[in-house]
Write a protein that binds this ligand. Sequence first.
Ligand code: GAR
Length: 188
Amino acid sequence: MQKKIIILASGNGSNAEKIIDFFESSSAVKVLSVISNKQGAGVFERAKKFEVPSVLFKKKSFETNEVLSYLEELKPDLIVLAGFLLKIPKEFVLKFPNKIINIHPALLPKYGGKGMYGSNVHKAVKESGDLKTGITIHYVNENYDEGAIIFQAEVGLDASDTPETIATKVHALEHQHFPQVIHQILRK
Ligand code: GAR
């Protein structure tokens, strides 16, 4: 039976686009829709390009039953957070156990937790002087960035890297691996 994904994204949506593109002609996996909490987010244009429905929910709708009801109705096999910056309420985790995954732009457990997203992460990595960073794909539980790790990949850094070049390296890793990892999870 065809597996169904729903993507949640707050921003530019480059990962969302890679995932949609990867599964566009797949008979095994379908991206049902994209949810965003951010009006005007780049992800809307990207979804439109592939004719994937997208829906804007205000922050409050995640705290009431609105988004949860929407998800329960569509019955996704996997909910994918691709640059989604709101905290996932506990009820979501309880209703969709091991069915919500997130991508984090660093090697967890380093550089995770509240406030650690996007450029904040890359600035912290730069300040630390670490000679590598990477990506982590993990299950979502009720705490930020603490669910079981599914996959990690690393990339080397050197002194000339800036938060911007680190971001570029990390995005390249994300685009390379995220769709494939989703595919593997859904094949199980
Ligand atoms: C990605 O790098 C993702 O790992 C990060 O936001 C970026 C979104 O980029 N997520 C987090 O920081 C979550 N804590 P995109 O909108 O171009 O896909």
